[in-house]
Design a protein around this ligand. Sequence first.
Ligand SMILES: Cc1cc2nc3c(=O)[nH]c(=O)nc-3n(C[C@H](O)[C@H](O)[C@H](O)COP(=O)(O)OP(=O)(O)OC[C@H]3O[C@@H](n4cnc5c(N)ncnc54)[C@H](O)[C@@H]3O)c2cc1C
Length: 296
Amino acid sequence: MVLASGGFEWDAMRRSRHFPWPFDYISSPHTNEGDAHRMAEAIGARLAHMDQALITGALPALYEGQRYGLSVFFQYEHNVILVNRHGERLTNEFTFNLGEMLDEREYPQGPPAHLPAWLISDVRLLWRAPLVLACAVRNPGWLRRAATLEALTQRLGLPSESLTRSVARFNQFCRQGVDEDFHREQSVSHANGDRRFHVGLRAIQRGPFIAVPFNSTYLATKWGPRTDEFGRVVHQNGAVIPGLFCAGVAMANPIGSRAVGAGTTLGPNLTWGYICGRTLAQQARGKPPIPLAEET
Ligand SMILES: Cc1cc2nc3c(=O)[nH]c(=O)nc-3n(C[C@H](O)[C@H](O)[C@H](O)COP(=O)(O)OP(=O)(O)OC[C@H]3O[C@@H](n4cnc5c(N)ncnc54)[C@H](O)[C@@H]3O)c2cc1C
């Protein structure tokens, strides 16, 4: 049997045990309730990575009548910065790995260090990103706006003057053409890789100023049974559990919460699916599994 039932993000009880803090949305099929995890746990499988997940920011949407996080790259615009709950800019906003930043903890397995986080921009974001505008119209109260940065700071409950300081510093970098804090001028947006339109720095200066919530949305949890190199589930006592395999995000995912690029999860998922299939084919022939390194 190959366990491949996805993550456990729709199992409210387990989610609240391993991720016991507010989140924005879940983006995966609501059938991903951790059935494989329960079965593996019941027979003593060795489990790992319980508090890790593929995380991103997302737009509010409805899918089959349920609240859903639309995971699109709306954040890669050059007049946008990402600030944390102190109103401080967090990172190079064009990095692929924003999810790991959102998931950064105050201490191991503790609460998120930066949330709630906000994308700060000005009215021109709405002209450039019609999807954000549409979400704002459909979801009153989701996007915060104010005529001045001071007023926006108050609306978000951030420390006084924090946004004014962060935006002024960013705008100074825009004038220089060099982001001294995170060197965003060297990045290409992942939205479409078009250097002319998506690279770089543009000042945030034309009111009204806006803040878009950018918190944890779960695409897939990474907790699950550990396997050996042939995809066979390992028992807590170290032995292989006969006949039990695991692939996809149901397994203890080797990359954890980090996003290393397009295919961060699909790549390992396909690879482990292939490994499981190959081991099973060998087993059916009555032959030992072949190590991946010996692939011809
Ligand atoms: C919006 C979104 C965007 C993403 N973008 C990317 C990306 O760009 N790059 C990337 O690498 N990854 C991306 N991911 C993550 C990637 O899609 C998932 O990690 C991947 O689909 C997981 O594959 P899987 O087969 O392990 O699980 P899933 O694709 O979730 O499939 C699990 C299946 O098992 C079914 N199931 C559950 N319980 C049972 C049961 N008891 N019996 C039978 N069936 C059951 C579920 O219905 C589901 O169909 C994205 C995810 C989302 C949600």
